[in-house]
Write a protein that binds this ligand. Structure first.
Ligand SMILES: N[C@@H](CCC[C@H](N)C(=O)O)C(=O)O
Length: 284
């Protein structure tokens, strides 16, 4: 199986193009491929597929084999791959995801895509649609006690669920201790991605993320969008802000005009390869 390793701010993916669709053992395949000791090693497995309604379709599988509805960093990789290796005709593409048909705009220099702007859609705030168990219709400033600590989170879906938590120092926060417990907390019926953030200025925030189905990653595009939405609603951030992640910066804008969130950032290749499995990956 031919693949390309790509990343968006070091959130890394194995990208596969397949005209036939995803294989029946996709969950097991994702687990095997993403394993950093015995596989290729990645946060997720991404398929680029034909689409009847868009230029192409993207599906994203986490390292634990679960499928996500949305992935901000992967969609930028798919856009770059599509333009540079499949069809370079248009600098504006439509990409079908589980969330929607998403528009992306490419900045191209000497035939290479240097930046990608993505319409990440309207944030979903209604608690039952995130989904999050809450007595409020919008789960803002919800309390959650985990072990010895009380957290205050706001739940936002960008197609996939996020819990945004402001902490004093995101860079030093013990994310590996609390991240998995919040990801799997009964408040979140579909589990959740968890963002620990520290606001510096109205247009600048540092974020670390514990991703559903993966663990800590170097960046999360949909999480950066959720961070700006949750924080702007509380007046903690402007609607346009730079989100500083371990892997680099994303510019996020939650536009008043259409209520959509726009994300701008880079995408990059690591290497191409062939995957030949020397032991079987069984069907479930
Ligand atoms: N890294 C991604 C999100 C990937 C999916 C996530 N782990 C989930 O299960 O929702 C991003 O850049 O948005």
């Amino acid at each position: 199986m031919r693949f390309t390793k790509m990343h968006g701010l070091s959130n890394d993916f194995v990208v596969v193009v397949d005209r036939e669709g995803v294989p029946g053992n996709i969950a097991q395949l994702a687990v095997a491929i993403c394993n950093r000791h015995t596989g290729i090693g990645a946060d997720g497995l991404v398929y680029i597929l034909p689409s009847e309604v868009a230029d192409c379709q993207m599906r994203i599988f986490n390292g634990d084999g679960s499928e996500s509805e949305q992935c901000g960093n992967a969609i930028r990789c798919v856009a770059k791959y599509f333009y540079e290796r499949i069809s370079s005709g248009k600098a504006e593409l439509k990409i079908e995801t589980k969330r929607a048909v998403q528009s992306v705009w490419l900045t191209v220099k000497e035939g290479k895509v240097t930046q990608v702007r993505v319409d990440m859609g309207q944030p979903i705030l209604e608690a039952s649609h995130v989904p999050v168990i809450s007595t409020q219709s919008i789960a803002q400033d919800e309390q959650l006690v985990v072990q010895d600590r009380e957290f205050v989170y706001s739940a936002v879906s960008m197609g996939n669920p996020h819990a945004v938590i402001e902490v004093e120092n995101a860079l030093e926060f013990p994310l590996h201790q609390y991240g998995p417990l919040i990801e799997n907390h009964p408040h979140f019926p579909n589990r959740t991605n968890v963002e620990f953030i520290t606001v510096h200025q109205p247009n600048s925030v540092t974020m670390r993320v514990w991703e559903r189905g993966v663990g800590e990653t170097q960046a999360c595009g949909s999480g950066a969008c959720a961070t700006v939405v949750a924080s702007a609603r509380k007046g903690r951030l402007d609607r346009k802000a730079t989100v500083h992640l371990k892997g680099g910066d994303l510019l996020i804008e939650w536009r008043v005009e259409d209520d959509h969130v726009y994300m701008t950032g880079p995408a990059a290749y690591s290497f191409d390869g062939d995957w030949e499995l020397l032991r079987p990956v069984h069907l479930a």
